[in-house]
Design a protein around this ligand. Sequence first.
Ligand code: GTP
Ligand code: SAM
Ligand code: SF4
Ligand code: SF4
Length: 326
Amino acid sequence: MALYDPFGRSINYLRLSVTDRCNLRCIYCMPAAGVHAIKHADVLSFEELLTVSRAAVAIGVEKIRVTGGEPLVRKGIIPFLAELATTPGLKRLVLTTNGILLPEMAAELRCAGVESLNISLDSLQPDTFDSITRGGNILKVFEGIKAAEEAGFKRIKINMVVIRGVNDHEVADFAALTLKRPYHVRFIEYMPTLRDDSWKARTISGSEILGKLALRYSLQAESKAAMDGPASYYRIAGAAGRVGVITPVSCHFCNECNRIRVTSTGIAKSCLFATETHDLKPYIHAGDDQALRDALRYVVTTKPEHHAIEERAQRNMTMPMSQVGG
Ligand SMILES: Nc1nc2c(ncn2[C@@H]2O[C@H](COP(=O)(O)OP(=O)(O)OP(=O)(O)O)[C@@H](O)[C@H]2O)c(=O)[nH]1
Ligand SMILES: C[S@@+](CC[C@H](N)C(=O)[O-])C[C@H]1O[C@@H](n2cnc3c(N)ncnc32)[C@H](O)[C@@H]1O
Ligand code: SF4
Ligand code: SF4
């Protein structure tokens, strides 16, 4: 069953946040003091998350990306993923993680039926990584990537949020990772989701990033596969992997948006930046699957044509990504 929004976009992708908690505190995602943790009682149980997922698949979702917070810190995540993977009609189950817990969990994730991993890594230098994540141990992420490869994950995507003056000098080094390994290294434009009066100076556009890479490498544009997310991809001549840019700020992809979001508290959002939210809990708690499906269909009808990042930033509207799922 195909699901379309009012702008004719096919909606087949759900980003499901399973927790707001995290073992890191990245400077662009959470305030220094962290965010007020949501009470356990307000977080959907795994059974409830499965109910939402099944309803989404029943109305046309074919791909679910599990995210957070850090999805791997939630106790019981592996059996949950194994159950989710068996949802009839679900074609692809994927997960986004900061990689810290992958050394011990990569093999279990693979066995549970997760098809591919997106791993966030914003620096290759221990000190810079430590200051971006406020204390993270980069060696765990390196080990995690290795463990994911050993576990048989074929398509490992590495996400780097590029921030001017912080890590932009590492862009070419990240691209070099694709020369020998089949990684997809994606450069993400920094979005002002927390209060940041100098965000425009700190955000580096996808085209500037590609310009930097073109100084060192010859890049060939690559086509996208069905159900792919927002990245545009390129290959350095002869490289095993590819590089990509995700340009939420310069807004090159809202016209092909294919997704809705549900948070760990059962709040559905039609857009990452939507101010209107839809509480699914009443339908989940009532055990009314038909009403839940109708509510999700309604969310799709409220999808905006594009985001309003600038207006939000001007009005100092903040949104820790750890609560929405990125
Ligand atoms: N504005 C906007 N940014 C998004 C959206 N989806 C993903 N992003 C950005 O892209 C980052 C990386 O997202 P991922 O979790 O790796 O997922 P993805 O790139 O959508 O997924 P795949 O292409 O399926 O691998 C997010 O953290 C956001 O910064 C979206 O719908 N809107
Ligand atoms: C919110 S995290 C959740 C999953 C997991 N904890 C991780 O870091 O991969 C998902 C993605 O959001 C991205 N993100 C968070 N805040 C962002 C911002 N202000 N601008 C751009 N990307 C952001 C992160 O880099 C990460 O790739
Ligand atoms: S980006 Fe991911 S790892 Fe970093 S603080 Fe946010 S949720 Fe945690
Ligand atoms: S900003 Fe909103 S409309 Fe644009 S791609 Fe993201 S979720 Fe879709």
